[in-house]
Ligand binder design. Structure first.
Ligand SMILES: Cc1cc2nc3c(=O)[nH]c(=O)nc-3n(C[C@H](O)[C@H](O)[C@H](O)COP(=O)(O)O)c2cc1C
Length: 334
């Protein structure tokens, strides 16, 4: 039984080495399937198993419908093109992708992945039935009581409650829903009271006291993302690591500027320039892709997307196995 979970982190942060290191300390490590090709995802699953980790999770992005190209999207793309030209690159095509949804679901079944979590939307009932038949434990990321109830009604095994403090994309089923600024512990208590299935808590948890607080609120495990960003096993971009540790960034904020979906990151100049960036995920992810790639090459923290949770100032730089041990000790879990 694990009480500490390493969050799936798409964008290269959640490597097989990180998930393995967390598993070695008795935690649950996740791989992130988001944006990856089937081949790459399969390779990562095989690498993790080759390291000796049999119990792990994989997170899938559940696709929605394509977004029409509106005049405000058109205008934003023009602004992005000017940004890109300043660093001698271009922007990507405005295109929809379902992130190879059906092939990824089939891969989870073929590979008998022990735990599969879903983010952004609910899968269909048929997907849950197939996963259950394959003996896979299913988890749904939720941001409200209503979403947790919908997940339970669908037959999902467990919910991961994501609070407003969390780094990365907000997992609300409808991205236009107003943000509920309720702190994580309060939200966890409400969800625990509203559903019968087990609850995991995520968002801003950086130490044993944070873990203890959500366990006391009724969660069975705490899921941490930002806390693992500076572990040597993580694949976090060096510009992002420097920005986390330099003291130059003191706040995080929500933005749609990079992907067209609300996400929390270090509050840099780029995010501040486009506070009203339009909603269009995943299309805008593909539009900004070359810009983000070039920003990383140029070590430009003012331009790079650096997903980070609110409490990042408490980040620790240490091997992930050691970090999980320290967290367990602090939370009186040893
Ligand atoms: C860099 C980064 C990437 C993330 N990518 C994903 C992802 O691919 N899928 C997902 O469900 N959550 C993703 N998240 C959100 C985490 O699952 C989790 O909700 C969050 O990390 C918890 O907040 P914390 O970062 O303050 O610990 C990401 C978070 C970060 C920081």
């Amino acid at each position: 039984m694990y009480e500490i979970i390493q969050a799936p982190m798409a964008g290269g942060n959640a490597t097989p080495a990180l998930a393995h290191a967390v598993g070695e300390a008795g935690g649950l490590g996740y791989l992130a399937a988001g944006y990856k090709t089937i081949e790459r995802l399969k390779e990562e699953i095989h690498s993790l198993r080759a390291l000796g980790t049999d119990y792990f999770g994989v997170n899938l992005f559940v696709p929605a419908k394509p977004n029409n190209r509106t005049p405000s999207i058109e205008h934003y793309c023009e602004q992005l093109l000017s940004e890109a030209e300043l660093i001698e690159t271009t922007i990507g095509d405005y295109r929809f992708s379902d992130d190879s949804w059906h092939a990824k679901v089939q891969l989870m079944i073929d590979e008998q992945v022990p735990v599969v979590s879903f983010t952004f939307h609910l899968p269909t009932a048929d997907v849950i039935t197939r996963m259950k038949k394959a003996g896979i434990k299913t988890v749904q990321t939720v941001t409200s009581i209503d979403e947790a109830r919908q997940a339970e009604a669908l037959g999902i095994d467990e919910v991961c409650v994501q609070g407003v403090e969390a780094g990365g994309h907000r997992a609300a089923f409808d991205d236009s829903d107003p943000v509920d600024a309720k702190p994580l512990v309060a939200l966890v208590k409400e969800v625990v009271a509203a559903v019968q299935i087990p609850v995991v808590a995520a968002g801003g948890i950086m130490d044993g006291a944070g873990i203890r607080a959500v366990l006391d609120a009724g969660a069975h495990a705490a899921q941490l993302g930002t806390a693992f960003l500076c572990c040597p096993e993580s694949g976090t971009n060096p510009t992002h690591i420097k920005a986390l540790l330099s003291g130059k960034f003191t706040t995080t904020a929500y933005t749609r500027a990079y992907t067209g979906r609300l996400a929390r990151g270090l509050n840099n100049d780029f995010m501040m320039r486009y506070p009203d960036a339009p909603q269009a995920f995943p299309e805008m992810h593909y539009v900004t892709q070359p810009l983000r790639k070039k920003a990383a090459e140029l070590d430009r923290a003012d331009l790079l997307a650096m997903w980070t949770g609110q409490n990042f100032s408490a980040i620790r730089v240490m091997p992930a196995t050691e970090l999980v041990h320290v967290l367990k000790k602090e939370a009186n879990l040893l």
